[in-house]
Design a protein around this ligand. Structure first.
Ligand code: GDP
Ligand code: ZN
Length: 351
């Protein structure tokens, strides 16, 4: 069997948080980002070669079962004991897996290394320290409303960091444009960072074609606070989406096994979306307060000129970052957002 599988070099680093931080801690921002992607979470069972070819795509899963697309159909598969031992969230929608039929029943036997992931730290008493709710995602669509709720730039910065950490490209979608005369001036700061900004309205249809075009052929996740219009956007992209989801659980009858609310949907144009409620509390897993500055490119750029190499940009003299804020080179809102996120990570550490 192993001989038939194509040999492919494993290009993925094992997860090693302690050492990762050492080599990640560099003023070279790009290198720092690269160390964070391509994380493998589980080695395959001993009888499966490390370089196995995945033949299935995880659509959704519960503790012991997973809906997997393989062999041209969607099947409810059991998850191998070997994987279960590694924690309940070893699988996530978007995972590429190896499915094998044993005694006529399909089993998920191995999970391929992920190219990207969105996760949050598990709770204090959780069996797993990290909860992964989407894997191998191409785009994180960060949705904010132009109004109702009012647009607050600080709210999207956390999602942008989470995207960077997980190795996912973010797109900023400003919805409900029908409620405002013109775009918020703060959005220019995001464009200058190279982030694509798409203004949409589910009422007028504005920008929906642009959004569809940006997401064609991609696997994406929509994130953003409640009420900004994520569900409305998904339904505008594909009006029959609701209907389809109902059909799936009726047809399988065993849908009750799928307790995890996260699910992958296939839309027209090769667009695939993982819808996951958990994303709202997106934690900044693996980011220390000191590292936050690296994820604000405009801050990281100025930090090299601070007097102290380990300047925190909060109180030190001759801080180039605070000077740049005063000179309006760094948007004040982004700096305030940086301080807030840094502070919240400090608080989380103290708990
Ligand atoms: P979610 O919580 O992010 O999924 O938000 P929903 O899709 O449930 O939308 C929240 C509310 O905003 C609903 O009452 C929608 O009808 C409304 N809404 C969504 N998109 C738009 C839009 O583009 N313009 C306006 N005016 N209202 C919208
Ligand atoms: Zn400084």
């Amino acid at each position: 069997m192993a001989g038939e599988r194509r040999k492919k070099k494993r290009r993925v680093r094992e997860k090693d948080w302690d050492h990762r931080h050492e080599d990640a801690f560099t003023h070279d921002l790009r290198r720092h980002r690269r160390t964070d992607t391509a994380i493998s979470d589980a080695a395959p069972a001993p009888d499966i070669p490390e370089d196995f070819e995945p033949n299935g795509l995880v659509i959704s899963h519960s503790k012991k079962w997973a809906f997997v697309q393989w062999d041209g159909r969607e099947d409810l598969c059991r998850i191998s004991e070997y994987l279960l031992e590694r924690g309940a969230t070893i699988l996530a929608p978007g995972d590429r897996v190896l499915v094998e039929a044993l005694d006529g029943e399909p089993w998920v036997r191995a999970v391929a290394p992920r190219s990207s992931k969105l996760s949050r730290p598990g709770g204090e008493h959780a069996r797993v320290s990290e909860q992964i709710f989407a894997a191998n995602i191409d785009v994180l669509v960060v949705v904010a409303a132009a109004a109702k709720p009012a647009f607050k730039p600080g709210l999207v910065d956390r999602y942008l960091i989470a995207a960077e950490v997980g190795g996912v490209v973010p797109i900023l979608c400003i919805n409900k444009m029908d409620l405002v005369e013109k775009e918020a001036p703060e959005l220019e700061a995001y464009r200058e960072l190279g982030i694509q900004v798409i203004a949409t309205s589910c009422e007028t249809g504005e920008g929906l074609d642009d959004l569809r075009k940006a997401l064609r052929g991609k696997l994406c996740v929509f994130a953003g606070h409640s009420g900004v219009g994520k569900s409305s956007l998904l339904n505008s992209l594909q009006p029959e989406l609701d209907l389809e989801t109902r059909e799936v659980s009726e047809a399988t009858q065993r849908g009750k096994h799928t307790t995890s609310a996260a699910r992958l949907y296939e839309l027209d144009d090769g667009l695939r979306i993982i819808d996951t409620p958990g994303i709202r509390q997106l934690g900044l897993w693996g980011v220390s307060p000191e590292e936050v500055a690296f994820y604000f490119p405009e801050i990281a750029e100025q930090a090299a000129a601070c007097k102290f190499r380990d300047c925190t940009h909060t109180h030190e003299p001759d801080c180039a970052v605070r000077q740049a804020v005063d000179d309006a080179q760094i948007p004040r809102l982004r700096f305030e957002s940086f301080l807030r996120i840094r502070e919240s990570l400090h608080e989380a550490l103290g708990r």
